[in-house]
Design a protein around this ligand. Structure first.
Ligand SMILES: *[C@@H]1O[C@H](CO)[C@@H](O)[C@H](O)[C@H]1NC(C)=O
Ligand SMILES: *[C@@H]1O[C@H](CO)[C@@H](O)[C@H](O)[C@H]1NC(C)=O
Length: 481
């Protein structure tokens, strides 16, 4: 369906509760009216009755897939059998069906109803046309919704705009399944005062499991609600980086009654403070299984990073008399071009080459003023200890009297590899270098890092459905026999 393909802009997502319930209620009333129509006109043509029932069935499926409740399969089944009764013309079935719908409509999320309603507005209101149009829409929509547990759990997590909501949901979800859950506060960063928490869960009496499934619940902005498209992918912020992986780990962990724990941190996308704080949990983990989008491969290593600021100072003056001042921008440009063309950065047979990005520049105030300040933020993906590259940059910068400031660095990490999986080298950074409580770390997940952080973040539904099993498989291989 076209409407569900359009990404919803964040401002539109925050629909007032009133609007949401008015919509749901109008739909509900319409449907109840239709049911009454069938109830009162027993001789109403069977095809009309049948389409009504099909609509109700699809609506129920939509409902069943839009929530993650333990007994939704059962509920779905009960409703289906009621619908069969309605279709056969049993009067008694109407009452209970109506009650069930009252509940359904309260639970269908706005994200599921929205595309449906916007298409309905454009439809022809002639009764029979409307009915068949409504049926096609609902049918199409409910087909798009996947009733596998991992997909619906992923969507539930992705549709939470804040990290804190996702944390609270995960903690409750685990507590309801007899996990010993610890919520660990993480200090807030800068002027962002939002409360931050890590979630750690272990089985009762097994507080230090040898395997810990680990990923992060924070995402990069902006919030994009989940949507399934015809191409077989689930879209939305965090579907692969990393809430879909969190959902898979949650499900996978249910298969272990001991030896396995779960750690979901915050701040992975910003300052890594969540993982730094997690070191204080005093865990002693043999295998840390970290979820990031690795396209179902297990990397043998992860490149390190080096983030530096280059600060150039000059003397400002009128641009007609440059000899009176000293430009801050000119030497910075020279240094940057020298850094970009430099050939002697470290190389590594496994990790490949050092990669440099000049990511941010600023300087000057106007075209007719010699600039007295300029700076550039640069970031290396390092394949050696970062200090080697740091020294090279400092040496070149000195030549141009440019001051350097390193604000973050970590070396590459060799990762634990399991036979039987395709492999590669991860050029991107993860939380792993900041974790100090494990012996071996393994990086694995579905989805591509190239889709993460984009407005088209996505994960293949096939891959997502298989992911919990893969995590179970990996943990089973690593658990001591
Ligand atoms: C629950 O978890 C906490 C924190 O990890 C731990 O100190 C405590 O011993 C655990 N309790 C049980 C019964 O496992
Ligand atoms: C996980 O546990 C469920 C329920 O006990 C079982 O049906 C399933 O086969 C298990 N999965 C694997 C991969 O062991």
């Amino acid at each position: 369906m076209k409407a569900s393909n359009t990404p919803v802009s964040p401002s539109k997502v925050i629909v007032s509760y009133r609007e949401k319930y008015v919509r749901a209620f109008v739909l509900y009333l319409l449907f109840v009216a239709l049911l009454f129509y069938v109830e009162y006109f027993h001789e109403s043509p069977r095809p009309v009755r049948r389409s009504l029932c099909k609509i109700s069935q699809s609506l129920t499926r939509l409902y069943a897939c839009s929530i993650d409740s333990g007994n939704r399969k059962q509920e779905h089944f009960t409703l289906s059998s009621k619908q069969e009764g309605v279709e056969a013309g049993e009067v008694g079935s109407f009452e209970s069906l109506r009650n069930s719908f009252a509940n359904s409509f309260k639970s269908i999320s706005d994200f599921h109803l929205k595309p449906l309603i916007s298409s309905l507005k454009k439809s022809n209101w002639k009764f029979i046309n409307w009915l068949s149009h409504f049926y096609t829409l609902v049918q199409k929509n409910s087909e798009l919704y996947d009733n596998s547990q991992v997909v619906s759990l992923t969507r539930t997590l992705v549709d939470m705009p804040t990290c804190l909501e996702a944390v609270a949901f995960v903690a409750d979800w685990l507590k309801a399944r007899d996990w010993n859950v610890t919520l660990q506060p993480v200090p807030s960063q800068g002027d962002n005062k939002e409360r931050r928490l890590n979630v750690f869960a272990s089985r009762l009496g097994d507080p230090n499991p040898s395997i810990v499934f680990c990923s992060h619940l924070d995402t990069v902005p902006p919030f994009i609600p989940s949507s399934v498209r015809d191409d077989g992918f689930l879209y939305g912020r965090g579907v692969c980086d990393a809430r879909g992986l969190v959902a898979s780990m949650l499900i996978a962990a249910q298969n272990f009654s001991r030896g396995v724990g779960l750690l979901f941190v915050t701040g992975e996308e910003t300052d890594h403070d969540g993982m730094k704080e997690a070191n204080k949990l005093r865990l002693d983990t043999e295998y840390l299984i970290v979820g990031e989008p690795t396209e179902n491969k297990i990397p043998i290593a992860q490149a390190g990073v080096l983030k530096m600021k280059l600060i150039s100072e000059g003397v400002s003056c009128h641009s007609a008399y440059p000899e009176r001042g000293k430009s801050a921008i000119v030497p910075l440009i020279k240094l940057l071009s020298e850094l970009l063309e430099f050939k002697d950065y470290p190389k590594d047979p496994e990790l490949g080459e050092t990669v440099l990005n000049v990511g941010l520049m600023s300087g000057g105030i106007a075209d007719n003023v010699i600039p007295d300040r300029a700076s550039a933020d640069i970031m290396f993906r390092v394949v050696s200890e970062p200090e080697i590259v740091e020294k090279m940059v400092e040496k070149l910068a000195k030549k141009y009297s440019i001051v350097t400031k390193t604000y973050s660095k970590n070396g590459p990490v060799r990762l634990y590899y399991l036979e039987g999986f395709p492999t590669f080298v991860a050029k991107y950074n993860t939380d792993i270098p900041y974790a100090k409580f494990y012996h071996k770390a393994l990086l694995f997940g579905a989805g591509s890092i190239l889709d993460a952080h984009t407005s088209q973040e996505r994960i293949s539904l096939d891959d997502l459905r298989k992911l919990p099993e893969s995590y179970i498989h990996i943990a089973n291989k690593l658990l001591p026999r």
